[in-house]
Each structure stands twice: as C-alpha cells, then as structure tokens.
Ligand binder design. Sequence first.
Ligand SMILES: [Zn+2]
Length: 153
Amino acid sequence: MTDIFKDIEPMVYKSQINVPYSWWAGKTASKFFTELKENKKIMGTKCDKCSKVYVPPRKICPFCFKENQAWVELSDEGILLSYTIVRKQLASLPKKVPVIYGLIKLDGADTGLLHFIDEVLPKDIKIGMRLKACFLEERAGKIQDIGYFKPIN
Ligand SMILES: [Zn+2]
C-alpha cells in the first residue's frame, strides 16, 4: 500500500462551522418541555404494568416493552444519586467552573434526571442530599428552563 501523503507537509487551518438546525422533540418530550415552560411542572411517564415512573419521560417502558400511557406530575424536589465536578473550563460548558453535574431522583420517580447543581460548594456535595429545582423566570421549553438544582434542608 502506498502512502499518498508521503512527502506532503500537512496544513492545519483553524475554523468554525455553524450548523443551524431544528428538530422535532416528539410527542412525549414535547409534552415534557411544554409543561416545564408553561407550568413549571416536571412530568414523567408511568408504566401501567410495572408502575415505574420515568423522568425524563420515556414513551416505552424498557422493562415491559409497553407504551407508557400515564403522565405523572413529579415533585420539584428529590435526592442526589450521583454527581461529578468539572474543573476544567471547556468551550462547551455553559457555566464557569467548577460545574457540578448531578443525577437527581425526584420524589415519585424511579429514574434519575441529569442536571446542574448550584448554590453549594463542591466540598459540601453529598450523595443522598435533598435538592430542589430552581426554574428560570423566562422559560423556552427546554431542560434548561430548570436553571439548576440547589440543596434544601
Ligand atoms: Zn414497565
């Protein structure tokens, strides 16, 4: 096999591509985002067979393979299942480091919701701590309508 790049000096250009796009969230996620935006409600879906409550909502129960037909309004409070702390400022981060990502199990849910945790120092984060959703005043129908979760006593 010949090396077609042999004797060629590679040239590297730094550039940026903007790719505007839109997508349809689907029926299930659309209801979830609409409730966040219009009513500050966190909705999940419930399986009729095994009674598991999913948030973010899932259209199909992955255990029973049945369509989740029931909607459940969840508490805006829950417990921290797990977390990670990002300490390196990356361009993709929407906040200044340290950024804390938490997996939060809302009261009434059987699954975890990944979101930011704020108003707490990284050293004070504890698995099992109680957290509450802090909604933005101006909401756009996306998961960031919850700005972050904060500790409660
Ligand atoms: Zn099920």
